[in-house]
Design a protein around this ligand. Sequence first.
Ligand code: NAD
Length: 472
Amino acid sequence: MQQHTDQYIDGAWRPSLAEARIEVLNPATEELVATVPAGGAADVDAAVAAARAAARSWGRTTREERLVPLGRLCDGLAARRQEIAETVVAELGSPIRFATAVQATLPLTVARSYLDILAKYEFEEQVANSTVYAEPAGVVAAVTPWNYPLHQIVAKVVPALAAGCTVVLKPAEYTPLVARLFAELVHDAGFPPGVFNLVTGVGTEAGAALVEHPDVDLVSFTGSTAVGRAIGAAAGRGVKRVALELGGKSANVVLPGADLARAVKANVANVLANSGQTCTAWTRLLVHRDQYEEAVAIAAEAAATYLPGDPALAATRLGPVASASQRERVRAYITGAVAQGARLVAGGAQAPEGLDRGYYVRATVLADVTAEMTVAQEEVFGPVLSILAYRDEEHALEIANGTDYGLAGGVWAADNETAAAFARRMDTGQVDINGGRFNPAAPFGGYKSSGVGRELGRHGLAEFLQTKSLQF
Ligand code: NAD
């Protein structure tokens, strides 16, 4: 068991000024993996002061000067990929194959994409008699969740550093270890002291102190919509820029003429990946009523092949959820859905057989779900798929757009044109057409209560810049 007592501030690991500790539990075994400091306002003050002190000189570096440590950071992410994957297995419970292929590899892909974007980005533009400069936004507070813990860190910190900002990161309570590993990589990459700082702590203390801090210029938050609203309000009071990447309740719409089996199986895989703890998960499968029972049977059969098990084993496709409270929450959604009239066709709320320890939930498929049911409106964040029937295309669109969220989605049709025409009418930030692959360079972010701002690619860099015009 590792007992960490330090925070990464001003280029060095320094003893935390807080006494309190966060216990990191392995969700598969419920064993204590490590403790880290539950930092408070004093740690945050020190970290923000370091970031502020470094902001002017880092903000004036050339892109070439920033590309050197950023390149070394990418090399570090590549070199320690296996260790990253194992850390995410231990603190989050992602199955090792998924952890290696996604949790450890996506951050590397995203970080490398910024080497290219930074090398080519136009920081200067001529508008008639004005020269318009894109300048760094200043000191960035990055607050991240636990479900893709390193990806969400990299998707904020790397473009912020590339833009010339300095950063204080407050990672999620459940996954501080991969955040510490990232801080080691930043250190080894040779960024100047204060450019990147890490404070581990709980959201209501370290997180709140950070987003309220008067010396922070921009808050970039990924997490739940409830906390996002509070952070947006705090940023508003402080007149700080804010980017919010929040929850989702994404619809996958299968139009008549699509390859039904392919679309349904892809949906099951999508919703069960990472135990359903994916903000973009297609948690609502929408099928025409004439094909409904066929789709339900395919989904139930596919879900039954996902047996929960030890995430450290290569054969495991479904690990535990992140915490005991998350498990109870997911189970309550399943029970509640059945009470509201949903038909359980795979899985269920009871603990999986033979797994009396660990935060496991069965791969669950709910049929006969209607648009107004709680399970069709709220984010479950567990391995639960709801299948809804629609009468015609207009009805499908009404259901798809009928939640507060708008983060992602899928559309399947006989051809891409038909699917794309439907997708253009969806109130959502990203739609995969006929199984189109995730693109880590495409702008990512939400419509409606799913957020404000865009991450990834050029748009993700622009979030950390502000503009100045000089008139001649
Ligand atoms: P959460 O909102 O509880 O916590 C996210 C982060 O905010 C954590 O670091 C937490 O410590 C911190 N925090 C909590 N309260 C705070 C406060 N009052 N002030 C400042 N910081 C505070 O979310 P979570 O449970 O960690 O993550 C799951 C949620 O994240 C889901 O809703 C999911 O959809 C969302 N998510 C969104 C995206 C996206 O890009 N849109 C990506 C992944 C996850």
